[in-house]
Design a protein around this ligand. Structure first.
Ligand code: ATP
Ligand code: PRP
Ligand code: NIO
Length: 495
């Protein structure tokens, strides 16, 4: 099927990364020390926070990061690179240090999520895959958290998205991210097998159509399963679907565990209320009503508002494709580079668009919480050597509107970027998926409600330390001054 053997993820990168590496190598700066940081510029879906996901997959990727024979054969065939460079690639061994937030951590716009430090060439090479993974998984975990948020704790949330996902890998890792964000189970059996996510399933309209008769179909299904949910909307939900389900449930009695019915079309508020009445009157007050059909957090909220009697929710397309915002927009920027004297110097990208301006310097993100009740005060992004955890009071100010500020006392400062790799060696032990999911849930609980509402939430403070802020301002004026001088020089050369 493939032109070359698919035995590595090394080529899962943009050509320009390899092109830059060639420049760095030929010019002898590939081993210069560099630090890159990944972050996104605005919280997805207008949400008040995002849930970080993707680290496990990133570790999986990094641990297999070598150019295989087939990678080299392919690159040779491209005819872009000399043999010496290909030999250099073949011998390359990942030696960077990586600090990262852990999965299930709440994260916000404009704070580093992952930091990669090491030889410039290596740091550069992994940009594409890192962003590919974290952008998608963080997006889906966040979408899932929004859906969980409107549903609350009681109802079951099932992930149904595989058939509509952007191909197979997205279905699998999206399902895992959805589980982290608060879904209870998935219809995807492979995700169950690989990650231990609970699986669940009802049946489709085709089962009813195959028997061409609802009674025959339900009966057959009930005779071949213990736990039973009937899909009741193939012909006429209220006049035939539900009455037939009730009839079969009564006939089968204790032989089955009649979980309930699923509806997949029509006015689900109206139908669910009527169905609830039918089930209750038939003596099945505990039978659940499960709804699916293009659901998302807004439809669910609306159905709730209408008093819909739905207990469980199946959500597919709009979750797995992040329907209303298909990309997180995370970026990976160089923040520090070794100069000719061997010192690390901060670097930034200046832009006329303020939101595209990166913050120079190697950072740590500190989550500041009040000791009184454990509630969050905001995040404090500081230079890596700063220790806000050792101060008695912390001055926090808005990174743009600096007159918005506060002094926090009696607080705990928790560093969010943890050591994952040191000089190429993995030092972080992956937690279980269930622990990650519980960690995310606990983090969401600790957040003020104002940041949690799904519409127009308050902006969670992500502040810069005074040093970081001053460095940024200094870098901006230095760069501006440099540009001015260079422009003048160019003008003079032309004249
Ligand atoms: N009471 C309701 N209030 C708001 N939205 C609803 C309500 N009932 C259903 N919906 C939503 O309205 C949309 C209806 O979509 P659509 O017209 O495709 O479905 P349908 O005609 O009922 O069924 P089918 O999928 O078989 O075409 C779905 O997104 C569904 O979740
Ligand atoms: O609507 P989603 O959130 O994506 O959930 C998954 C959908 O997949 C199934 O439908 P099916 O593939 O039979 O399509 P249909 O219901 O749209 O006809 C199921 O009945 C849900 O409607
Ligand atoms: O189990 C279900 O009901 C299911 C699974 C996938 C997609 N739609 C429905």
């Amino acid at each position: 099927m493939y032109k070359f053997e698919d035995d590595s993820l090394m080529m899962h990168t943009d050509l320009y990364q390899i092109n830059m590496l060639k420049t760095y190598w030929e010019k002898g700066i590939d081993k210069k020390r560099a630090v890159f940081e990944a972050y996104f510029r605005s919280n997805p879906f207008g949400n008040g926070f995002a849930i970080f996901a993707g680290l496990e997959r990133i570790i999986h990727y990094i641990n297999r990061l070598t150019f295989t024979e087939s990678d080299i054969d392919y690159l040779r065939e491209l005819g872009l690179y000399p043999d010496e460079f290909l030999t250099y690639l073949k011998e390359m061994k990942f030696s960077c240090s990586i600090r990262s937030m852990v999965e299930g951590e709440l994260c916000f716009a404009n704070e580093p999520l992952i930091q990669v430090e090491g030889p410039l060439g290596e740091c550069q090479l992994i940009e594409t895959a890192l962003l590919n993974i974290l952008n998608y998984q963080t997006l889906i975990a966040t979408k899932a958290a929004r859906i969980r948020n409107v549903i609350g704790e009681g109802d079951k949330l099932s992930e149904f998205g595989t058939r509509r996902a952007q191909e197979m890998e997205a279905a699998i890792w999206g399902t895992r991210a959805a589980y982290i964000g608060g879904f209870d189970n998935t219809s995807n059996v492979r995700a169950g097998k690989l990650f231990g996510i609970p699986v669940s399933g009802t049946h489709a309209h085709s089962l009813v159509q195959a028997y061409r008769d609802e009674y025959e179909a339900f009966k057959a299904y009930a005779e071949t399963h213990k736990d039973v949910v009937f899909l009741v909307d193939t012909y006429d939900t209220l006049r035939s679907g539900v009455p037939t389900a009730i009839k079969v449930a009564k006939e089968m009695g204790d032989k089955i565990n009649f979980i309930g019915v699923r509806i997949d079309s029509g006015d689900m508020a109206y139908l669910s209320k009527k169905i609830r009445k039918q089930l209750d009157e038939a003596g099945f007050p505990d039978a659940h009503i499960i709804a699916s059909n293009d659901l998302d957090e807004l439809t669910i909220l609306n159905l709730r508002m209408q008093g819909a009697k739905i207990n469980d929710w199946g959500v597919g397309t709009k979750l797995i494709t992040a329907f209303d915002q298909p990309s997180l927009g995370g970026v990976y920027k160089l923040v520090s580079i070794e100069n000719d004297e061997g010192e690390m110097v901060p670097t930034m990208k200046v832009s006329s668009n303020a939101s595209k301006m990166s913050t120079p310097g190697v950072k740590q993100v500190w989550r500041i919480t009040r000791n009184r009740d454990g509630k969050s005060e905001g995040d404090y992004v500081a230079l890596i050597e700063e220790r806000p955890d050792q101060l008695d009071s912390l001055f926090m100010f808005h990174p743009v509107h600096t007159y918005i500020n506060k002094t926090v006392k009696d607080y705990t400062a928790r560093p969010l970027l943890q050591d994952i790799y040191r000089d190429g060696e993995q030092v972080y032990q992956l937690p279980s998926l269930l622990d990650i999911r519980e960690y995310a849930e606990q983090n969401v609980t600790q957040l003020w409600d104002e940041y949690k509402r799904i519409l127009n939430p308050e902006q969670y403070p992500v502040d810069l330390s005074q040093k970081l802020y001053d460095n940024k301002m200094e870098s901006i004026s230095e760069i501006r001054q440099n540009v001015k001088e260079k422009a003048k020089q160019l003008e003079q050369e032309e004249a």
